[in-house]
Write a protein that binds this ligand. Sequence first.
Ligand code: ZN
Length: 204
Amino acid sequence: MAIDLEKVYKEAGALLEGHFLLSSGNHSQFYLQSAKVLENPKTAALLANELAKQIKKSNIKIDTVCSPALGGILAGYELARALNARFIFTERVDKVMTLRRGFEVEEGENILICEDIITTAGSALEAAKVVEEKGAKVVAFGALANRGFCQRTGSKKTAKPECKLPKDMPFFALDDFDFEIYEPQNCPLCKDGSKAYKPGSRGN
Ligand code: ZN
């Protein structure tokens, strides 16, 4: 791969080190803040172009890239540009993922669902369900980075049970960020006496 994704994230201040309380309730020493990488449009384009190369090699035809708001929008938009595809996004209304703003999909339209980071792929699958219910066909998933739960196309790291993506579905990402996640009662950082905090709560 031409891009060292970890280096790109580190240099952008997007790979945070500390003691983080994740939305799952578990703890981690590292946290990825993709918005910090994507605040530079040139970096966003560089990463999306690299991801598009992988997707083009697969010969899977993509008509449209669809991202779940908010996290996936920037990555998905750049990827759509690189693939010369259309871009739409889904969003939650009262917690339910929906397609709004006049966005429509056609029967049989080939869609790639794009996130910034795929963790267990929960939101990505909700977005997939929305467009499939309207007759479109989800043909692949994509993300800048794979958090290490799912198996990305071309990686030897296999999927963990937490991954919600269908096994036969191509999943393109630039690299794996496979950090340890700890249950609070087994967290070595807690044992060392520090307290986990939510990313963003200290200005990050
Ligand atoms: Zn902890």
